[in-house]
Design a protein around this ligand. Structure first.
Ligand code: C2O
Ligand code: CU
Length: 464
């Protein structure tokens, strides 16, 4: 007897949301798309002697469901807003059509409570991406709304295991509830909302058993709204193979590295710690260090060393072309505590610092604390654009460009790896270049999300 298709679907509906998401991801179903619902939930962030923490979550889990498709398949989800406030989903780092970028007021209307929106786009670039709201993101992301999007290479990459490590930083009260101090002026004018509780994959004591000699692909994602992690792996040796989802031309030997908010790094590492021992991912802070993730070595997979992995296959990102002929614009980034911001434009009006603070602003891009009416640059499709950013402040910033990947241009004209989020140190200047090949209006903002709302947001237009 044939199993009726409806019965199969009903059976699947009983499976937990994560499994359903993975089972459905990427299939060109003519039927209803799977649902990605944002709603209040609880999650055990703190040790078990504490109560579970009330959070906001996609699909009831922190992080949200892992969405995984193969390159050139479609990501198709019906986003349902189960929150009491508007929201959207932004698919961070993946090149997609502008209408699917999830930016309210720029690419779509915000999705009101109880409403839904169909996100449907081709995932043409392999890599590690993530998704999060773009409405009141300094609060919505910090309450737990974020998840990982993986686009697999067409040919499988030779590793024993492929694992996601989403690292996050929470500001918790003594009772493990989330501290309600969202959007405070202090956070806005300083480093953003730094937390006091670090989790990996929603777990404050993340443990992943491994075997000696095992080859792992680790996809690290920093979902924190402010904290720059300074990370080092021990008992794991290998290479950085991709940054912000984009493959390096040549894998780079793994050393201690910084992971700024929104950045990703893909590693291919071999477990070098002995069976019975432990490998660690250590996070360094100014006043000490702690294990962000621990990898107890529970056996031996192989004893001979594997060689250097081949580079991941590159995505179809256009080459930069003639940098000398590129369009050039400057972005002056100013403000913050101990900064020189005395006045700036607020919705087109030049006002003093008191009025800026009243409006919750602490920063300005090119003298404006609100996104300008006119884009920072209007580029023709295919034009190469250079943006020279000057961080005239005492604070680091993680600058993110939507819809494109860029390269950092050094003073000598050499270019760095493709990225979508670049960390600028205090007082650092950095120039980025990219081919504006994706028509539409795209944000350029600091991914310290309290900074983004407090003045560090602008946008550009790519004209078809
Ligand atoms: Cu991940 Cu505009 O952001
Ligand atoms: Cu910033």
């Amino acid at each position: 007897m044939r199993t009726p298709r409806r019965a199969v679907l009903r059976g699947l509906a009983a499976v937990p949301a994560l499994a359903v998401a993975q089972a459905f991801a990427g299939r060109a179903l003519a039927s209803a798309p799977p649902v990605l619902r944002a709603a209040p939930a609880t999650w055990q962030l703190a040790p078990s002697e504490y109560a579970a923490t009330p959070v906001w979550a996609y699909g009831g889990t922190v992080p949200g469901p892992l969405i995984r498709v193969r390159r050139h398949e479609r990501v198709r989800y019906l986003f349902e807003n189960g929150l009491d406030e508007p929201s959207t989903v932004h698919w961070h780092g993946i090149r997609l059509e502008n209408a699917m970028d999830g930016v309210p007021g720029l690419t779509q209307h915000a999705v009101e409570p109880g409403q839904s929106f169909l996100y449907d786009f081709a995932a043409d670039d392999a890599g590690t991406y993530w998704y999060h709201p773009h409405v009141r993101s300094w609060e919505q992301v910090a309450r737990g709304l974020h998840g990982v999007l993986i686009v697999d290479e067409t040919e499988p990459v030779a590793v024993d295991r492929d694992e996601v490590l989403l690292i996050d930083d929470w500001r918790l009260e003594q009772d493990a509830t989330i501290h309600e101090s969202f959007g405070s002026m202090h956070d806005r004018a300083h480093a953003g909302r730094l937390g006091n509780w670090v989790t990996v994959n929603g777990d404050g004591a993340f443990v992943m058993p491994v075997e000696q000699g095992e080859r792992l692909r680790l996809r690290l994602v920093n979902a924190a709204t402010a904290r720059v992690f300074d990370l080092e792996a021990t008992g794991l040796a290998g290479w950085v193979v991709a940054l912000d989802g984009q493959p390096l031309d040549t894998p780079a030997p793994l050393a201690r590295f910084a992971l700024a908010p929104a950045q990703r790094v893909d590693l291919i590492v071999d477990v070098t710690a002995e069976a019975g021992g432990e490998a660690l991912l250590t996070s360094y802070e100014r006043d000490g260090s702690y294990a962000a993730a621990s990898f107890p070595v529970v056996g031996t997979k192989r004893s001979e060393a594997l060689g250097e992995p081949s580079p991941l296959p590159a995505n179809d990102v256009p080459a930069l072309g003639d940098l000398a002929a590129a369009r050039r614009v400057a972005l002056a980034m100013a403000g913050g505590a101990m900064g020189p911001l005395r006045k700036a434009e607020l919705d087109g009006r030049l006002v003093g610092i008191e009025e800026l603070v009243q409006a919750g602003k602490a920063w300005a891009f090119n003298g404006s604390a609100t996104p300008p009416k006119v884009p920072l640059v209007t580029a023709e499709v295919g034009q190469t654009v250079r943006i020279a950013m000057t961080n005239d402040s005492r604070w680091p910033h993680a600058m993110h460009l939507h819809g494109h990947h860029f390269r950092k241009v050094s003073a000598d004209g050499t270019t760095g790896p493709l990225r979508d989020t670049l960390l600028l140190a205090p007082d650092e200047q950095a120039e980025i270049a990219f081919v504006a090949d994706n028509p539409g209006d795209w944000l350029l903002h600091c991914h310290m999300l309290d900074h983004a709302v407090a003045g560090m947001s602008t946008w550009l237009r790519v004209q078809a």
